[in-house]
Design a protein around this ligand. Structure first.
Ligand code: XLS
Ligand code: MG
Length: 343
């Protein structure tokens, strides 16, 4: 079986270069200008945070939010772009300072639930059933601040509320072990899949795996992907790369470890990723040193590295590989893979 690969990214992947220690260094490109760039970069899918679609949504009524989202849908149609998912941005508002669904404040938890409903309204209007949950602040800085049993239940209850609010949507959990928190409650994809079992409709809870997030958890991203695919839960990926255990770098796919990138492409391809409409998302950021006119090269590079690794994977001598596995000659296998990658 082979996969089918279409590519997506979010408007935030063409960024202004701010980091925790310095301000923006590039002007913000208007949304319309970003949309013009998608097709020429080789991308057909677009990912959204809810406020990428309706920037001032917290000041609007639910009906006004829907009307605004309807306008964006028309613009996407004109560009021939497909919305892949909408994700509630639950980490910037002052009411999410202690987490969203797991905040210790009941009023703040209510804000998070209401906001998630608005996200679903936007998704419905754009015509996607995919809701991504990156649970940014659902965790703690110190263990004693929250009860981890209660926290898991609260996140599950929030997902249940979303599944009940719209019977058509499905929730894709994007796990990450840390940053901005010291520890998060859903650090790996096993946790994400397990969380779905706490709802009454696990069939509508799946996951999105980001390479860097798996690496930050000390795991191999391709194994995380394999585990999720064994559960038929890998509904999207955020490919990128990461140089060790530090802040989330969102480097171009394959930029640090080509073999690790190769194994992600290979597992996706060999198990038919994309054949049910799943997208390959590239959650990559341009370096802060990059000038604005060259601030999309990381997207172009990531996509072409993926496609080149796909060619290399498909060109591998599968019979020779099988013989090595059969003979348990993994040193020979190592040679085949490395030489295949060097070309
Ligand atoms: C941040 C996340 C974010 C999600 C979408 O680390 O990767 O960009 O993918 O909310
Ligand atoms: Mg991501």
């Amino acid at each position: 079986m082979q996969g089918t690969f279409r590519f997506s990214f979010g408007p935030w992947n063409i960024s202004e270069g701010a980091d925790p220690f310095g301000p923006t260094v590039r002007e913000s490109l208007p949304f319309a200008k970003k949309l013009d760039m998608y097709k020429s970069l080789g991308f057909d899918g677009i990912q959204f945070h809810d406020d990428d679609v309706v920037p001032n949504m917290n000041e609007l009524t639910p009906a006004a939010i829907i009307a605004e989202a309807g306008k964006v849908k028309k613009i996407l149609d004109r560009h021939g772009l497909v919305p892949e998912f909408v994700a509630p941005r639950l980490w910037e508002d002052p009411r999410t300072v202690d987490g969203a669904y797991t905040s210790n404040s009941a009023a703040d938890r209510k804000y998070a639930l209401d906001r998630s409903k608005r996200t679903i309204d936007i998704a419905r209007e754009l015509g996607t059933r995919n809701i991504v949950l990156w649970l940014a602040r659902e965790g703690t800085y110190i263990r004693e601040a929250k009860d981890s049993v209660e926290a898991a239940k609260r996140i599950a209850d929030a997902i249940q509320m979303m599944l009940d609010y719209d019977k058509n949507i499905r929730v894709m959990i994007e796990s990450k072990p840390n940053e901005p928190m010291d520890h998060t409650y859903i650090p790996t994809i096993g946790h994400a899949i397990g969380l779905g079992l706490l709802t009454n409709d696990p069939a509508r809870v799946g996951c999105l795996i980001e390479s860097a997030h798996a690496i930050l958890a000390g795991l191999d991203p391709s194994d995380e992907m394999g585990y999720a695919m064994a559960h038929r839960k890998l509904w999207s990926v955020h490919l990128n790369d990461q140089n060790g255990l530090k802040f989330d770098q969102d480097k171009s796919f394959g930029a640090v470890d080509l073999r690790r990138a190769f194994n992600q492409v290979r597992i996706l391809d060999r198990h038919g990723f994309g054949n049910e409409g799943e997208w390959v998302g590239l959650d990559v950021k341009a370096m802060r040193t990059q000038r604005i006119e060259d601030s999309t090269k990381h997207l172009r590079n990531s996509r072409s590295i993926f496609l080149r690794l796909l060619e290399l994977s498909r060109a591998m001598d599968d019979k020779a590989i099988a013989r090595c596995v059969e003979a348990r000659d993994y040193e020979e296998l190592e040679g085949i893979i490395i030489k295949g990658l060097i070309g």
